[in-house]
Design a binder for this molecule. Structure first.
Ligand SMILES: Nc1ncnc2c1ncn2[C@@H]1O[C@H](COP(=O)(O)OP(=O)(O)OP(=O)(O)O)[C@@H](O)[C@H]1O
Ligand SMILES: [Mg+2]
Length: 465
């Protein structure tokens, strides 16, 4: 099943809609390395007349020689040497009378080789608004696309007809990469491989999770052993500050000031770094709802990076000297505790909202955050106009009795938050709740959630929809 095309329906719809629209279209598709851009665009292009060019880091001459050759093959006739993007687009307009798709993947390399490209593209589009061309520019240099191509200083500002930032998958979609796994196994796999399709596909669901971790992450030379490092080297000119920040969060420092200290930068500049890491979906700011601004915690939201900083980076010497089995033992011994963090974040970011939108929990979606004050904390708070849902996430098994007791404690805590609305619900999400039959049992204002049952139900409904 690992070769099926997973999710990305929204993105495909946008692309198809552009394709069906009239006139010259310019679409920008960007997103961090390995997130699935090329895969998506291949799928989109597969049933259309198209030219798909993946640029390499090279000179202008070589790039345009390659493009010219491709077009000549497509047309089945010699066309001579095209020299820049305008000449390419003009020729395609002349030669193809029906809708024609041109994808320029790794577009940043074309701009590097020929910095006039954006201006030339702008001129072509301004002079030729009614061609049959659908032009897609794609690449992984997120800051390049956001600032240089989409920014107001770019010649292409206002010319694009659509832009798509490709994001990591949701948990329920990621699970499809290892769909033989039970809910518990899927959580364990997700906690190490994360929501990136290119990483998730390494999980072989005929083997157990820990063997997969050993073979694909802990083993020096395996793909995910050094992918995190490669990622950061590619993404950042100065990786060390980013590394220090992520390290800090993994070590349990969650406040921006603390992280600024650890990374030896000022508490003013830390925000800039945090924003960059947020755009890459590696970390996220979580707010304590209902309190004044400045009350924020930083969380790692991509489990692969979390895992790598926790279990690979500190043990590199040991791993390099062939002691993977010993490190795996450490992973196995501490994994439950590690999983508790991952699950709490996942419940807040996705699972409660999934359960609400599939009507398994009767509540309204709204603003999502946490609440904390003077050592007290509530894991999830979802507030909407008339309603507030408070939730605690417990990565342990409990009886219905115990869950209800937790819910009452939560209710008492919630009364001190100032967040209560006319309708309030207090949910306890536990790994398993013995003696409840359904995934969710609501009793007055209390909502008891058996997480593993909930996941199986969500998976089922998700596959059906
Ligand atoms: N929607 C998807 N469903 C299934 N597998 C996917 C999906 N998207 C990506 N993959 C898998 O991940 C691999 C990497 O994706 P892809 O090459 O498209 O990433 P990319 O964003 O183009 O990366 P780069 O920036 O490194 O070029 C694909 O070869 C495919 O195996
Ligand atoms: Mg690609």
């Amino acid at each position: 099943m690992r070769y099926q095309f997973i999710d990305r329906e929204r993105e495909l719809n946008i692309l198809e809609k552009e394709y069906r629209s009239k006139g010259t279209r310019l679409i920008i598709v960007y997103g961090r390395r390995r997130i699935g851009k090329t895969f998506l665009l291949n799928k989109f292009a597969s049933n259309k007349k198209h030219l798909f060019y993946i640029a390499i880091e090279s000179s202008k001459n070589i790039i345009y020689r390659d493009i010219s050759n491709k077009i000549s093959t497509l047309l089945g006739k010699p066309i001579g040497l095209l020299e820049d993007i305008e000449q390419v687009l003009e020729l395609l307009t002349r030669e193809f009378k029906d809708r024609f798709l041109i994808v320029l993947d790794e577009f940043q390399y074309i701009v590097e080789a020929d910095p006039e490209t954006p201006s030339r593209l702008q001129r072509f589009i301004d002079l030729n608004p009614n061609t049959n061309l659908v032009i897609v520019l794609s690449g992984s240099a997120v800051s390049f696309f956001e600032k240089q191509l989409l920014g107001y200083k770019s010649p292409l500002f206002g010319r694009r007809t659509a832009s798509i930032q490709l994001k990591p998958l949701r948990f329920l979609d990621t699970w499809r990469f290892y769909e033989k796994y039970s809910a518990l196994e899927a959580l364990k796999a997700y906690a190490a491989f994360g929501p990136t399709p290119a990483y998730a596909r390494y999980v072989n669901d005929d083997l157990d999770v820990f063997s997969n971790i050993l073979d694909n992450i802990l083993r020096p030379g395996s793909y995910l052993y050094d992918e995190a490092l490669n990622f950061m080297r590619q993404e950042f000119r100065e990786p060390s500050t980013y590394v220090a920040i992520i390290n800090g969060v993994v070590d349990g420092y969650t406040r921006p000031v603390e992280l600024a200290n650890i990374a030896r930068i000022t508490s003013k500049t830390i925000t800039k770094y945090i924003e960059v890491l947020e755009k890459l979906f590696i970390i996220e700011r979580v707010y304590s709802l209902g309190r004044k601004r400045g009350n924020v915690q930083i969380e790692v939201i991509d489990p692969y990076f979390y895992f790598w900083f926790k279990y690979v980076k500190p043990y590199m010497n040991q791993l390099e000297s062939g002691d993977e089995e010993r490190v795996l033992e450490i992973v196995e011994k501490t994994y439950n505790e590690y999983l508790a963090h991952i699950v709490e974040t996942l419940v807040r970011r996705e699972l409660l909202l999934d359960a609400i939108s599939l009507n398994l929990i009767k509540a309204e979606t709204g603003k999502v955050g946490k609440w904390w004050y003077k050592g007290e904390e509530i894991d999830v708070v979802i507030t909407s106009k008339n309603m507030c849902l408070f939730a605690e996430v417990k990565w342990s098994d409990m009886s219905k009795q115990e869950a209800l007791r937790e819910a009452r404690i939560l209710e008492a805590k919630a009364s001190r938050t100032g967040l209560q609305k006319s309708v309030n619900k207090y949910a306890v999400v536990a790994r398993r709740i013995e003696d409840i039959k359904k995934p969710v049992e609501e009793k007055q204002q209390y909502v008891l959630v058996d997480l593993l049952k909930l996941l199986e139900t969500l998976k089922h409904k998700h596959t059906m929809s």
